[in-house]
Design a protein around this ligand. Structure first.
Ligand SMILES: [Zn+2]
Ligand SMILES: [Zn+2]
Length: 173
């Protein structure tokens, strides 16, 4: 996919169009005033430069409808890849934060509640780095067990994840 091409997607929870939101140099997709979830494309996250990007406060820009919530039992389909089911992962440090990722395109889905939890749990650069490391290790184990249609480079996944953490940001920024 061309890096500047950002086709519209539907929310995997609400099945309604998501709103593209520019955060710095990248675009994420927000289910604004729906479930409040956010989709992070792998190719967008790869644009963030580790050293030079500041943290964001994405949560401040995402509204959630009070009556809409995701059914935690229902597995989500990737909004980019037809017929690919997202995989749910916990962070092993405390298992409080759960993200969904697509084994095909490497995108990430965060529920609205996870945005707040990530901000609360990983509010320092060190905490985010540790969580990223553990997450990537877990992904390795998953990849052994489950055949991936297109295995993604581990370093790229790690970059994506730390970029996502920085976008979710910290209230102390
Ligand atoms: Zn939604
Ligand atoms: Zn996908």
């Amino acid at each position: 996919m061309h890096p500047d091409f950002h086709p519209a997607i539907d929310c995997p929870v609400c099945v309604q169009p998501m709103t593209p939101l520019a955060v710095g140099r990248i675009v994420v997709d927000v289910c604004h005033d729906g479930c409040g979830g956010v989709w992070f494309d792998h190719f967008e996250l790869q644009k963030l430069d580790e050293q030079h990007e500041t943290e964001g406060d994405l949560l401040a820009h995402v509204g959630k409808h009070p009556d809409i919530a995701r059914d935690p039992v229902v597995r989500l389909n990737c909004p980019r890849c037809a017929d690919v089911v997202l995989r749910q992962h916990f962070f092993c440090a405390n298992r409080k934060v759960e993200v969904d990722s697509c084994p095909a395109c490497g995108g990430y889905w965060l529920d609205h509640g996870e945005l707040g939890r990530i901000r609360a749990e990983f509010d320092t650069a060190a905490a985010r780095a540790l969580a990223t490391e553990e997450f990537v290790r877990d992904l390795d184990n998953l990849h052994v067990k489950e055949a991936c249609s297109r295995a993604l480079d581990k370093a790229a996944q790690s970059r994506s994840l730390s970029a996502m953490f920085r976008l979710v940001g910290s209230r102390y920024v």
